[in-house]
Structures are given as structure tokens and as C-alpha cells.
Design a protein around this ligand. Structure first.
Ligand code: 3DD
Length: 426
């Protein structure tokens, strides 16, 4: 471990040059964020502002962090999952003088220690993926909201749910922008990003053939939809389980088989949970699984597979491949758990591709900038969860299209008029 008190703690600074190359690779595929970096490096609107981030330390996150720094911000960063930090990327950021407290495989105790270290710089802005940073401020540093913090942003569905619940309770002490709910995040990162990165994680941890396999996806929200789509593309027989009738209907009309987990457990070869709730696969499901079943989770927290239940059924276990644990059951069956039940796309692979994180993180950058601009104007948004302005989505969408060389039509003034003219009927 390389540690400088109050500055950084990462696995190995000697990995910096490898991390630098990974970051350059991501920068070459994140043209929207790089355009924002070029624009705001000139004016440095974040000068004098301190951002504490708690978001997976990946090559894409490093591009976002470097963009904030180029725009004048002081940044201190921790990872938002014990298994998702890329140690080479963390080393490269420290090598650039950025405070990072993150390493792959840290304990839950160390996870919260890292968050506390980022808070020592008394942030004005927080950037979360899962709301663990915001929640730590509210629980252990309630005075921060009145003293230094002017606002925050939240990257993921689970985090936004948590924050909306806090706001409904009147417990949220500063305004937070729900980046997750931006169309240019949710409809792309959650669907196409999760779809590809989850399959990436499964294939890196197993190298199994997907064609012909019974591939069970628990949860048909944006993430589950993406996973089901990509598994189908690789020839798997996709089965969906759900609790929400309309989501189950959508899966059915998309051509996927829909059934209860009790039934899917008996026939599934590979299981992915993407629900955001706990105990989706529990003891009775493990007991009815086929020999050699592979289970994993792509939800934000590791509560969707009840591994305590599985431990009670097991005789022994061993790591048979990286991020792949073989549980030998007392009844002689074997079940394979990927990435210790944590999000398999980031723990066993590199998370979503740079091209899709480009838009998610453009939303992060623009949302943090909005908070700074409010502050500079002396405006204080309400202490609740705010959506991004709809024009931001279209601005980022148009920027992304232009980087892809795609041109689109524009409404004529007559069409604009027609759209708003309720009097014209048949
Ligand atoms: N997430 C997925 N891939 C990521 C990557 N390559 N870098 C940073 C974060 C990444 C998770 C987030 O996109 C967030 O959308 C989530 O957890 O939903």
C-alpha cells in the first residue's frame, strides 16, 4: 500500500504508468467530456470549490476527475464499492497530484475510512454513486451542510431512491441533483452500459458459452432490460423474473419467458440479479438449482443474493477463477458465485464502456457546474432531490451525436407553431 497521511492511500503507486495509459484510452472515447474539459479549462469556474467524490475508481471516472481539476476544482476521491477500484487508475490519479483513497478489495471498515479521509478537505460539493458519502455526512458530520457543503449529485438509481426517501422525511440537509434520472444517463448507461458490462464481467469470470444457456435475469428495469437484450444477442434463452406487472408485461412482449424465481431456479444455468432490492435469490432457490449453476448480481449493493443462506448449505468453497467462487454443497451440488455477490460488471470487469459513461459524466459535470453557478449567484435551491433541466439532456445528446458525425433535422418555425397550436385538429 502507498499512503500519505491526508493526501492519498492506494494499492501501489508503481502502477501509475499503466493507469495513465488506461485513462488515455478512455479519454479518446469520451469526446463530450473532453469538449467540456477544453471549454472550462479556460474559465476554471470551479476555482475555489472543493469536490468530494465517492464513485467507482475506473478509467472513466478518472477522466471526469481530471476534467473537474482542469476546470479549477480541488478534488478528493474514494471508491463507492469495495471491489470496483482499478488500482492502476487510482495510482495514476495520485501521480497527477489528486487525492485518492481507494484500493481493490478493501474491507467495509476501510471503505468508510476512505470516505472520512475525503471529508477532511471540507468539501463544498459531493458526488455520489449510491449515496454512501452523503449519508455519512448526514449521519456523522451534520454540521457540514450548514458550514461548507452547497450541494451534491447522485449517479445511480439506488442512491436516488435513498435520497428521495431522505428528502420525503425532511432529512436532506442540502440540494442534490439526480444525475441518474437524466435521459442521457438512465436510457443509455443503465441499458446499454449495464447490458454490455454485466456480460463482460460474467464472461471474464467464467468464459462459459452463453448460447443455448438458460439465462435468468431478476428485474426488468433499465439495467435488467439491457442485460436481457445482450444475453439474447449472444444466443442465451433469457428468462425474466419480476414483481412489477408492467415490467413483466414488457419482458413478455419482448419475447422473454417470464416466471417466478421459484420456477426459474430449477432450470436456470446463469442468474443475474438487477432489482435494487434484497434477498432476490435465497436458500430455497439455491437448494433447487442445477449442478454448476452460476449466480451473480449487477445491482449496486450486494444484498440481492443471500450468500448467508448459501453458506449454510455449503460443505466447502474455494476461488476457482478470479472473481469466481465454487461453493460445494452438502448435497454434493456445486454453485458458482461471481464477484462475491457484488456488482459483477465493475468487480469482474471494467464497468460500462467509455462511450456511454461519456454522457453520464457530462451530466455529472454540468450538474456540479449548475450548483456552483447557483452558489455564485447567491441562489440556494431547496434541500431536496432535483432533476436535471430537460434542455441539458438535449444539449448533451446533440453534442454526442456531433462527435459521432450524425446530423439530425430541426423543426421549422411552422412546425413549432403547429406543435403548440391546440386549435388545429383533423
Ligand atoms: N458505473 C458503471 N460503469 C462505470 C464506469 N466505467 N465508471 C464509473 C462508474 C460506472 C456505475 C455508474 O454508471 C452508475 O450508473 C450506476 O451505478 O448506476
Amino acid at each position: 500500500m502507498d499512503h500519505k497521511e491526508g493526501k492519498y492511500k492506494v494499492a501501489d503507486l508503481k502502477l501509475a504508468s499503466e493507469g495513465q495509459r488506461l485513462i488515455e484510452w478512455a479519454e479518446s472515447r469520451m469526446p463530450v467530456l473532453m469538449a467540456l474539459r477544453e471549454k472550462y479549462a479556460k474559465t476554471k469556474p470551479f476555482k475555489g470549490y472543493r469536490i468530494a467524490g465517492c464513485l467507482h475508481v475506473t478509467k472513466e471516472t478518472a477522466v471526469l476527475v481530471k476534467t473537474f481539476v482542469a476546470a479549477g476544482a480541488e478534488v478528493s476521491w474514494s471508491g463507492c464499492n469495495p471491489l470496483s477500484t482499478n488500482d492502476a487508475v487510482a495510482a495514476a490519479l495520485v501521480d497527477e497530484g489528486i487525492s485518492v483513497f481507494a484500493w481493490h478489495g478493501l474491507s467495509v471498515k476501510e471503505f468508510y475510512w476512505c470516505i472520512e479521509e475525503t471529508l477532511k478537505m471540507h468539501p463544498n460539493l459531493t458526488l455520489d454513486d449510491g449515496a454512501d458519502l452523503i449519508f455519512t455526512i448526514h449521519k456523522d458530520h451534520p454540521d457540514f451542510a450548514g458550514k461548507f457543503v452547497i450541494g451534491g449529485t447522485e449517479e445511480t438509481t439506488t442512491g436516488v431512491h435513498r435520497l428521495r426517501a431522505m428528502a420525503a422525511d425532511g432529512a436532506l440537509k442540502y440540494p442534490v441533483i439526480a444525475v441518474n434520472d437524466a435521459e442521457t444517463k438512465w436510457d443509455f448507461d443503465n441499458v446499454y452500459g449495464t447490458g454490455q458490462s454485466t456480460l463482460d464481467g460474467i464472461l471474464r469470470a467464467t468464459s462459459v458459452l452463453l448460447a443455448g444457456k438458460n439465462f435468468v435475469v431478476a428485474g426488468y428495469g433499465h439495467c435488467g432490460k439491457g442485460v436481457a437484450l445482450r444475453a439474447k444477442g449472444l444466443g442465451a434463452n433469457v428468462i425474466v423474473t419480476e414483481v412489477k406487472p408492467t415490467a413483466a408485461l414488457k419482458a413478455t412482449l419482448e419475447g422473454f419467458r417470464v416466471m417466478k424465481m421459484d420456477d426459474a431456479a430449477k432450470i436456470g444455468d446463469i442468474f443475474v440479479t438487477a432489482t435494487g432490492v434484497r434477498d432476490v435469490i435465497v436458500k430455497r432457490h439455491f437448494e433447487s438449482m442445477k449442478e454448476g449453476a452460476i449466480v451473480c448480481n449487477t445491482g449496486h449493493y450486494d444484498c440481492e443474493l443471500n450468500l448467508n443462506d448459501l453458506a449454510r448449505l455449503m460443505k466447502s468453497r474455494r476461488e476457482i477463477r478470479d472473481n469466481n467462487e465454487e461453493y460445494v454443497l452438502k448435497n454434493k451440488g456445486r454453485i458458482y458465485v461471481l464477484a462475491q455477490g457484488r456488482l459483477v460488471n465493475l468487480a469482474a470487469a471494467e464497468g460500462h464502456p467509455s462511450e456511454v459513461m461519456d454522457m453520464s459524466f457530462a451530466n455529472q459535470f454540468m450538474s456540479q457546474l449548475r450548483l456552483v453557478e447557483f452558489h455564485k449567484k447567491g441562489q440556494k435551491p431547496e434541500n431536496t432531490v432535483h432533476d436535471i433541466p430537460p434542455e441539458q439532456d438535449q444539449e448533451i445528446g446533440l453534442l454526442k451525436l456531433s462527435t459521432m458525425g450524425i446530423k439530425i433535422d430541426k423543426l421549422t418555425s411552422a412546425q413549432e407553431k403547429y406543435m403548440n397550436d391546440y386549435s388545429s385538429g383533423t
